[in-house]
Design a protein around this ligand. Sequence first.
Ligand code: NAI
Length: 702
Amino acid sequence: MGDVVQIEKHGDVAVITLDNPPVNALGIAVRRGIMGALDEVEGDADVKAVVLIGKGRGFCGGADIREFGRPREEPILGQVINRIEAMDKPVIAAIHGMAVGGGCEVPLGCHYRVADGTAQIGLPEVKLGLIPGAGGTQRLPRLIGLKPAIDIIVSGEYVGSEKAKALGLVDEIIEGDLLDGALGFANQLIADGKGPRRIRDMTPDATGADEIFEKSRATAARRMRGLIAPQRCIDSVQNALNLPIDEGLQKEREYFSELEVSDQSKALRHLFFAEREAHRIPGVPKDTATRPIKTSAVIGCGTMGRGIAMSLANGGVPVTVLEVDQQALDRGLVMTRDTYAGSVSRGSIKQADMDARLALISGTTSYDDIANADIVIEAVFEEMELKKTLFAKLDEVCKQGAILATNTSSLDVNEIAAATSRPQDVIGTHFFSPANVMKLMENVRGDKTAPDVIATVMKLSKDINKVGVMVGVCNGFVGNRMLYAYRSQAEFLLEEGALPQQVDKVISDFGFPMGPFTMGDLAGLDVGYLVRQHRREIEPPTHRESYIGDRIVEMGRHGQKNRKGWYLYEEGSRTPVPDPEIEELIVGISRELGIERRSVTDQELLERCIYPLINEGAKIFGEGIAIRPSDIDLIWIYGYGFPRGKGGPMFYADLVGTRAVYETMKNLYEEHGEMLRPAPLLEELAKAGKSFAELQAETKIG
Ligand code: NAI
């Protein structure tokens, strides 16, 4: 037995303590240590009961996920848990803090569970494309019933002590010192002559089982579209009902092993690390002191301003919203209240949450009221002159040290910063619509943005439960610049022979929530039209552009908002219906352009949309606008709905192979010209037979 597991006797009770900082991960030393400790207490006739407890921040954070994908040394966790369960002396898990993954399965092998008020218990494996692999899917349903077990396993969410007690997942909540309470519990068992109570001997309640399984599958298919692990979790829980436990455990292990080597799980594990990696930023050391953010302000209470204000309030940051006049302000605040009320009526938040969040949002039309804000986020119209005037004003009124942020989706942050006398305090915080829902904050550092401003905004992203990714300045930044590369190809495909419904189906089958044309109708077509007209006035296009989208707007079709866009929408419906008028328009435009329409295969269509997206990503990374390929993946997963199970565009490129992507790009370039020229970096990787992940590993930052 090593230091990572210790035994101490308290009267008749042996206390086995996990001591493997920081989270008592269940590596091989701990697994061996537990086995050794069990041998020792088993042979000790004086020991009548055993308490298993964790030292430090929590009971146990489960396996070290860096171990995944490698062969495990014996004893594997399942064997350790079986051994705990087989003990003749009652074993009590004493839980505080995190008891997750394997750290939840170990207590399920114990005969009793007690917890203090800090406990967070759960099985998050599904979030990494896996299922619990050490008995979680077999023991939890036996203990708490099918439906609650499925809810916990398929969501991957944690439950606190109160809920765990109500579900029967823990037997008792301990007030005061956990070890004292657990010893008291153990001594009571001894006094009452109660021995082991093994979950394996329990039978799950089968009432309504068929309906439970069917409904859970449908919900998982809808909420976690295209992902295999949630369905496998349900299969495995079903085995808990239908098979003897040892067969169920065997099957669970098989499912786990299959998933562990699957592309989906690799993709989800990649994203798990990517989120942590994104916080390492060149020029911003980890220990950079951040500025305190206790108060905030948002300028503009339109679509984005409202969403940003709600995001801040949801994260507990008080926010003052400033509008041009009282009428616009009132309208914005009423819409904010309505959005929260909608969430309450859907049951996603409680009335008390709504009240608490609304209490953090106040409105004003006076700059005096925002002078003391620690951060001001601007979300007025996308016009450079307006933004410059506004930032000059903020420079005048805001306290020294305030962070001045812009939500611009494409304008030059350096130019905006130059309108102030403090460009070091200016930064981009690009939220995505609807900002209260979408998790991405594409944060944009200007040439002069101070390191502590960068560190503060990245921390704020996390504090308000967003995924922050830091990028540099270029037209459209990372996300929208790539979006442009992808959307323009989708439109050229229409000119060449495809129809919107074909493109949308291929993209949606790939795993995006919807295709580009359905998306356009949802977002509204008129805004983009105005932006394009404006851009063409300033800078006449030098490359091929498609005009189909413009014609559609000129026909008075603005998308879902007037029930006509790329598709038709029936009154009150959001279902796109293909419109012969649009087909006629598209065929007519092909004729005008002298393009002979041809049939486009689904495979060609997919490659023509997704590979240019990857190619643009490679250019952006090559130019140093994105810090690393995995940052680009996060942006596309959290801002644009790229399918999680494919890990983001750059990870997907690695799955396909950089060489295959490059070869296709080369052919497309030869056929279609400059816009599809392969990125130099892609060419380099393809020729070296290297992946983006390998390149990233070689150039690790921080
Ligand atoms: P919006 O038109 O819905 O709202 C703009 C609001 O700003 C209006 O309520 C207007 O009254 C207010 N406003 C204008 N001038 C003002 C001033 N001087 N002082 C105070 N308030 C003023 O526009 P939206 O869509 O919210 O966009 C805002 C910004 O967010 C733009 O820069 C846009 O590019 C960016 N953005 C928009 C996204 C979207 O999907 N709509 C996504 C990401 C960024």
